[in-house]
Design a protein. Structure first.
Length: 442
């Protein structure tokens, strides 16, 4: 199959199918994972230690797996991701059915992190390179928003289904997840092709050198580029709270409702959260018509998310906490595709997977700190306190975004025409200067 026979629409369609099914498979356990670990015998701090081990695995393997994506290809990297996740998903069931020790959960969680690092950056890089190779002239924000919307829909189905399956047996969502991942593997094997990127042979003797090159490229095209560095710092700050918050609501909301055994409610809440995220994704295009500065959307999303998170911890009632949690996730749904598109406008094609993986590694480091620290706060004080502390900490992302905004980069414009800039000026915002992103380094 040649590039000429593959259109941008087909690339986008394949991307939506792959990312949607991948998210459907993964999300089956998202609404019940904390409850599963608690039933296996861990306390709330142990749950977040296991989750932090998963995130540590992501941070540890980001660069080595980046070698795979940037040499033998994004397709192979994704297939390896699915294969590892199949094994580790069933591994969780085996550990829970044995002694359910924290150490074993930590070990398996590290390898789950390995599975996700094979995915991290590879699919995004594959999409952008394939679109460039097939002559796509549209808006990347729109494609990422569509992808996030489809993934949100898959998450809606997956979390709702996982909740009802978990209400029968908390191991069932994991079993079905493993089966669906087999399907994802075979579909991706036939429809995913590396376009616009030339693969290279991987020699085991050259891996250390490849890792050094990736590390150097991560620093050169990532951390040393001021706008990319600022976006990474924002991701780090927000990850300190976001991952912990995503898993902490399960026992927290069931506790507020005084129905800790009603696992199906957890599934329904997870589906509502997915719906809120989808709504945020869907709002991106409409909000961009009002003002097309990416930092405008990111600043509003950061402020609303932080305020809502603090409110979740202070609410004291199930319904108010649920509404605020949905607002928080809706704001995250707006920020995700905008931030993705912003980063992709600032990095070269050849280093795309590398920089995205490095960005994920930075965020993973923040997530490790957040899950261990906020997990300890939840154990010694309360989960509600964790939400207040985490929400206050996430406010620190706002001044960093203001610094990014003041750079006045062309990449800050979603639609790069004069009308777009005038729309921003009409709302009292400064015009965007034609600054070369590479010049904005320090």
């Amino acid at each position: 199959m040649t590039i000429l026979t593959i259109t941008p629409d087909r690339v986008i369609r394949n991307y939506l199918v792959i990312s949607g099914l991948y998210t459907l498979s993964a999300s089956l356990i998202w609404g019940v994972n904390t409850l599963f670990l608690l039933e296996a015998g861990l306390n709330i701090q142990g749950v977040f230690i296991a989750n932090a081990a998963f995130t540590a695995g992501m941070a540890l393997f980001e660069i080595p797996t980046g070698v795979i994506a940037d040499t033998v290809g994004r397709r192979i990297s994704f297939l390896l991701s699915v294969a590892v996740l199949i094994l580790t998903t069933f591994g969780y069931i085996i550990v829970a059915r044995s002694d359910g020790s924290l150490l074993l959960f930590v070990i398996v969680s590290v390898f789950i992190g390995l599975g996700f690092t094979f995915y991290s950056g590879a699919v995004e890089a594959w999409l952008v390179d394939a679109l460039n190779a097939t002559g796509y002239a549209g808006n990347l924000d729109h494609v990422f928003a569509r992808g996030a919307f489809v993934s949100g829909g898959a998450m809606l189905v997956g979390t709702l289904g996982g909740g009802f399956l978990g209400n029968v047996n908390l191991a069932w969502p994991y079993m079905v997840r493993g089966i669906l991942l087999f399907m994802v593997f075979w579909i991706a094997f036939f429809v995913m092709h590396d376009l616009g990127y030339k693969t290279r042979a991987l020699n085991i003797k050259t891996v250390p050198g490849e890792m050094r090159q990736i590390a150097d490229a991560s620093i050169k095209y990532g951390w040393k580029q001021r706008p990319v560095r600022l976006l990474m710092i924002v991701g780090f700050i927000q990850a300190v709270f976001s991952t912990w918050a995503f898993y902490a609501w399960q026992p927290y909301l069931l506790g507020l409702l005084n129905q800790p055994e009603a696992v199906w409610i957890s599934g329904v809440v997870a589906a509502l959260i997915a719906s809120a995220t989808m709504a945020g994704n869907a709002l991106v295009d409409r909000l961009a018509q009002f003002c097309t500065r990416r930092t405008t959307l990111l600043l509003w999303a950061a402020g609303i998310s932080s305020a809502a998170a603090i409110g979740v911890g202070l609410s004291g009632t199930f319904w108010l906490a649920l509404i605020l949690l949905m607002i928080m996730m809706g704001a995250a749904g707006v920020a995700q595709p905008v931030s993705q598109a912003y980063v992709h406008q600032l990095i070269p094609s050849a280093e795309r997977a590398t920089i995205i993986s490095f960005n994920s590694m930075i965020a993973s480091t923040g997530s490790i700190i957040g899950q261990t620290g906020l997990g300890r706060i939840a154990q010694n004080r309360s989960i509600a306190t964790g939400y207040v502390v985490g929400g206050l900490f996430s406010v620190l992302a706002i001044p960093v975004l203001f610094t990014l905004r003041r750079l006045g980069l062309t990449a800050d414009v979603i639609i790069g025409d004069a009308g777009s800039q005038s729309a921003c000026a009409a709302h009292g915002l400064p015009e965007v200067s034609a600054v070369d992103p590479k010049a904005a380094t320090r």
